[in-house]
Design a protein around this ligand. Structure first.
Ligand SMILES: *[C@@H]1O[C@H](CO)[C@@H](O)[C@H](O)[C@H]1NC(C)=O
Ligand SMILES: [Ca+2]
Ligand SMILES: [Ca+2]
Ligand SMILES: [Ca+2]
Length: 281
């Protein structure tokens, strides 16, 4: 048995009888010790290396996971943005649809109101017709019935020569005459020489006629004071450039030209004319 004091308790090593006779044995023990030390150091190194490799692998994996996390979060953000974009687009479309629906609703209501009004008038007419048919009505009732009919259905022109626009009827003459006769022609047919109140009306008339035409405009009452036959004054921008010029001191009647502007002309000139009549409901 070999006893080695590795801990070093401070006590000097006692020389046992066996020690005295075996310096060889002692050196063997020391060698064994070194070998054991070397082996354990090597073992430690192996374990250390193993752990280092393992930890570096773990770090790489962690990095990988973090990278993936980052990628995923950026993708999530992108998706989120797309989602919010599409949702806002969808809500805008929805709002538009709702507005369309409301408009249609109100149109339907308007039409329903008109419909009920018309059916009321129709039943009234039927009553009148029955009276006329049974000989109880006034002699002129059949004429009244027809008038009423066109009052209720203003879009059905009683004469194909009359054209509707914005709640008015217009007649475009096929012959020419002077202003006074044109004026009389319209009056005898429950209408008046066209009175242009809006630029829309002006454009409609000038586009519908084939030739420059008389309208209900004159300054014969007071030179230079242009008035529609209804008493309305004329919008300055309706005149052609340089008009009215009272050419040769003898232009007191108004015409509308094909270029959509008004001009003063001699009242005795023979021109086409436009009559206008209102719908009476
Ligand atoms: C206005 O009418 C007169 C007479 O018809 C004509 O000579 C003149 O050229 C017209 N003015 C314009 C701007 O066309
Ligand atoms: Ca008018
Ligand atoms: Ca004049
Ligand atoms: Ca003129």
């Amino acid at each position: 048995m070999v006893k080695v004091n590795i801990c070093g308790t401070g006590e000097p090593l006692k020389k046992t009888p066996s020690d005295q006779d075996g310096p060889k044995k002692r050196s063997t023990a020391v060698a064994f010790m070194y070998v054991a030390l070397a082996v354990s150091v090597a073992l430690l190194l192996v374990i250390l290396t193993f752990f280092i490799i393992k930890s570096s692998r773990l770090e790489a994996e962690i990095e990988n996971v973090q990278l993936k996390d980052l990628q995923m979060s950026s993708e999530l953000k992108k998706l989120d943005m797309e989602l919010s974009k599409t949702s806002s687009e969808t809500s805008a479309k929805l709002k538009n649809l709702e507005m369309d629906l409301e408009r249609q609703d109100s149109q339907i209501q308007d039409m329903q109101a008109k419909d009920s009004e018309m059916s009321l008038k129709l039943s009234d007419l039927e009553d009148q017709l029955m009276k006329v048919a049974s000989g109880r009505g006034p002699k002129t009732a059949d004429v009244t019935v027809m008038d009423d009919f066109f009052t209720i259905y203003p879009d059905l022109p009683d004469d194909p020569d009359w054209h509707s626009f914005n709640g008015h009827h217009y007649y475009f003459s096929k012959t020419t005459t002077n202003w006074a006769e044109a004026n009389e022609w319209c009056r005898s047919r429950d209408s008046y020489l066209a009175v242009i109140s809006t630029s829309e009306e002006k454009t409609f008339i000038s586009r519908s006629m084939t030739e420059r035409s008389w309208v209900g405009l004159s300054d014969s009452e007071a030179e230079g004071i242009w008035k529609w036959t209804t008493g309305e004054s004329v919008q300055g921008s309706f005149w052609a450039k340089g008009e009215p010029n009272n050419d040769k001191n003898s232009e007191d009647c108004g015409e509308i030209m094909n270029n959509d502007y008004l001009n003063d002309s001699n009242c005795e000139d023979h021109k086409y004319w436009v009559c206008e009549k209102d719908f009476v409901i």
